[in-house]
Design a protein around this ligand. Sequence first.
Ligand SMILES: [Zn+2]
Length: 119
Amino acid sequence: MNYTAKQIAKKRIQILLQQATQVHKTNPALARSYVWSARKIAMAVRIRLPSEYKRQICKKCNTLLVPGESSRVRVRPQREPHVVVTCLHCGNQTRIPLKLKNKEKVRIEQNNIQNEAPR
Ligand SMILES: [Zn+2]
């Protein structure tokens, strides 16, 4: 057996999060308990959750954040451009700053001008 505790923990976390994704639609409460377990294991062995899941989990209630389903995602260009992810279960908001290149900044500004209602 060459597996370390951390490697085993990583695998279990992966499986738990995959299962959470699968049952989320039919049983959000069960998905939350899977996510909760995954976070507990991660904490116990002091590893981070996989980065692809990190932004998909509500830190407050462990809901799997699926845009349009369990979360609302909005881009806010004010000051520093950032994304606001709102958990529709507990209402918790997470801000994710966007580090944009200048080109992309311009594109967001142009979009805003287009989105303004014509008078
Ligand atoms: Zn939440």
